[in-house]
Design a protein around this ligand. Structure first.
Ligand code: UTP
Length: 278
């Protein structure tokens, strides 16, 4: 059983300045719901109800969002505005929340290693909330799809999508052998390769199920690209031992850490998913 999900939310969100100067990018609303709440709802849909945040300076509003606001509850109790709190109340009831802090921004890999204290020695999900993943109603969420694969194979699983050649330099990219349709055994991974050096056009996005041996691998991972400890480099060590799968997920992914992706997501949600009060 996987019960825990880690949310590394310590990054600076520089691509979204000045909006993210005093506000975490994970709190940017897509229509009327902050990105991080979409992420937590996705974790819950996959059965992961123990949520761990790796936070940093200026991220307190994320934790406050998942706490009961007594003043607000008192103010709107019994009024027709109560409907606006339905979704967040539901999340707060169903999940538990813990936090730890990443004192220095030393990369996503480092943030995940910092989160070890919240995870212990068990498999866990990882959600990067600025990647918004949406699926058709009634179908499995992206994290559920990964958890199902983990259940079958007992290995770490990363979500991948095909990207155009001129975009591979923005992602971790895998080399793998197709095991069945859309599922790959990963043999190698490269973080942000030049297009001539990319082993494929299958790019890793912000959803993972990781086995706890990742922590030992992270402890032995030197800082890589940009002087940051890269999760890709640690996963690559596990991949060399045949311990990593990649799954071409079914659904849509929006890069809400960039302005273009965020606007696209907002339009999509407003047109397709938004209903007043939710
Ligand atoms: P990004 O690469 O999107 O970095 O991190 P960022 O700092 O958040 O955004 P930009 O590039 O400056 O605009 C991917 C994820 O890893 C987390 C971020 O919060 C984000 O969810 N992260 C990254 C950490 O928690 N700690 C780090 O040291 C780095």
């Amino acid at each position: 059983m996987i019960r825990k999900c880690l949310f590394p939310v310590a990054g600076y969100g520089t691509r979204f300045l000045p909006a993210t100067k005093a506000m975490p990018k994970e709190m940017l609303p897509v229509v009327n719901k902050p990105l991080v709440q979409y992420g937590v709802e996705e974790a819950l849909s996959a059965g992961l109800d123990q949520i761990g945040f790796v936070t940093g300076r200026g991220k307190r509003t994320i934790i406050d969002h998942f706490d009961v606001s007594y003043e607000l509850e008192h103010q709107i109790a019994g009024s027709d505005k109560e409907q606006y709190l339905t979704s967040i109340r539901d999340v707060i009831q169903r999940a538990t929340f813990s936090t730890t802090r990443q004192p220095e921004m030393r990369g996503l890999g480092h943030a995940i290693l910092v989160g070890e204290v919240l995870i212990g020695f068990e498999p866990f999900g990882v959600v990067l909330a600025d990647d918004l993943c949406l699926v058709e109603e009634g179908t499995d969420s992206v994290l559920t799809q990964l958890v199902n694969i983990y259940r079958r194979f007992g290995k770490s699983v990363v979500a991948v999508q095909e990207v155009p050649e001129d975009k591979v330099h923005k992602f971790g990219v895998i080399q793998g052998e197709e095991l069945e349709e859309g599922l790959y055994t990963v043999s190698d991974m490269v973080e942000k390769p030049k297009k001539e050096e990319a082993p494929s056009n299958l790019a890793i996005i912000g959803r993972y199920v990781l086995t706890p041996d990742i922590f030992e691998a992270l402890r032995h991972t030197e800082p890589g690209k940009n002087g940051e400890v890269q999760i890709t480099d640690a996963l690559c060590q596990l991949a060399k031992r045949g311990r990593v799968l990649a799954y071409k997920f079914k659904g849509k992914r929006f890069d809400c850490g960039s302005v273009d992706g965020y606007v696209e997501a907002t339009n999509y949600v407003f047109e397709n998913l938004y209903s007043n009060g939710q």
